[in-house]
Design a protein around this ligand. Sequence first.
Ligand SMILES: [Zn+2]
Length: 188
Amino acid sequence: MRARFPDFRLGNVLATSFTGTLSERHGNAVERIPTPHRLVDWLAVNGLAVDSSTTAQLALARELRESIHAAATAAAIQDPLPATAVQVINDRSSQGRAAAVLTSDGERRWLLSSASCVEDALSVIAADAISILAGERDGKLALCASPTCQAAFFDTSQSRTRKWCDMNTCGNRQKKARFHANQSTSAK
Ligand SMILES: [Zn+2]
């Protein structure tokens, strides 16, 4: 029987969906890629299918994830980017050989050099992070307003006033908390 693992949160920005595989960093952290197999699952869901992952490749993935998180957090609060995080992102980006290909339907797919090359998949994620950190894309890095989360997310809303990394989790929880607070004050 397969053990139950925490679900993935899906977003439309690859790099910050990836950093979201560890959530509640400032509360009871939830690790959503606890095993190499779950990394393989996450990559498949995000269009980067690989056959397998080793424990060492999972460690590389998590190192990249935390580096993107550190750099994105610094960018969101306009701090200088941490040099070690930048180094890891650059190493992962330059040590992969993924190619973008166009399908006949006009969609972009990623072609990895081999089906076991987690490093190629990580290079795609690192490059995505670079495009956000370099300010090339339309949006703004921000931090989730939930005190236990504080995840970096990419705000593409027109007003750039999004508060939560994820409306279905952090946003909803906050709304419920406010609702309960209102209930107890009006009951007095
Ligand atoms: Zn959040």
